[in-house]
Design a protein around this ligand. Structure first.
Ligand SMILES: Nc1ncnc2c1ncn2[C@@H]1O[C@H](COP(=O)(O)OP(=O)(O)OP(=O)(O)O)[C@@H](O)[C@H]1O
Length: 231
């Protein structure tokens, strides 16, 4: 089903998300439009990751409706779940992010992967390294490449900078802002630190089981000054 709202990609209508009897997100209604940069903030355990899981169909609403266009979505999870014994190389792992895969990786696909490693300031010698041998920060960059390499329409990032050093973190946010500008990318981004990312036209959603605020960053500052504090 297509969203009802004009021009929007995603529409939540009175959505409740639960684990068993525990309602984690209650009565959430909002819309996301193309090229939005939506930052989701809120205390630990507020339901931010659960909300994202519902976007990528890992969890179904107990109540309400989630209506979306047919979207190519890139996703970087909060918990990077590479098991230590997974035998994939960096090249093979990134290749799993391509929308179409062949038995043998073509030269042009490999060249694109090499280009992205350089963009993410990773040595191209890592290409044949096992992903299980990477450091946390290297792994996070590899996940980022995998999520971006198929030119998604929506990029979903769950605390993407948590393992990145401060210099690279700044560079990374500049990079995704550029990609957003050039490719009309829509970004949904969970963070505990808005100062890194904020653009004048960024949106902020403050979640604590319910959506307590949804609006521009400027209005969010007013909301905070009116006596609301987050962690
Ligand atoms: N698979 C699960 N089964 C049962 N309860 C869960 C599950 N995943 C999360 N929860 C619970 O749901 C609530 C919301 O968790 P969630 O991970 O969505 O919060 P969050 O806002 O992303 O937190 P954080 O900022 O700490 O990452 C928490 O109380 C958590 O314990």
């Amino acid at each position: 089903m297509k969203p009802n709202c004009s021009n929007c990609l995603i529409e939540y209508k009175d959505v409740t998300l639960s684990y068993g009897y525990l309602d984690v997100i209650k009565h959430a209604s909002f819309t996301v439009h193309q090229n939005d940069f939506l930052n989701i903030v809120g205390p630990n355990g507020a339901g931010k990751t659960t909300l994202i899981k519902s976007l990528i169909h890992q969890i179904k609403p107990k109540h309400g409706q989630i209506i979306m266009q047919d979207l190519n979505m890139g996703y970087v999870p909060q918990k990077l779940t590479i098991k230590r014994n997974i035998p994939l190389t960096v090249l093979e792992f990134i290749y799993t992010g391509f929308t179409k895969q062949r038995l043998i990786i073509s030269k042009s696909d490999k060249a694109l992967i090499v280009e992205w490693l350089t963009k993410m300031k990773l040595d191209t010698s890592l290409l044949n390294e096992k992903v299980s041998h990477l450091s946390g920060g290297q792994l996070q960059r590899i996940y980022l490449i995998r999520s971006l390499i198929s030119n998604p329409e929506v990029l979903i990032l769950d605390e993407p900078a948590s393992a990145l050093d401060p210099n690279f973190r700044e560079y990374f946010y500049e990079l995704i802002k550029d990609i957003r500008r050039n490719n009309n990318l829509t970004i949904i981004h969970i963070t505990h630190d808005l100062t890194d990312v904020i653009l004048e036209n960024s949106l902020v959603m403050y979640v604590d089981q319910e959506i307590k605020f949804f609006g521009t960053y400027i209005d969010y500052n007013k909301f905070e000054h009116e006596g609301h504090h987050h962690d």
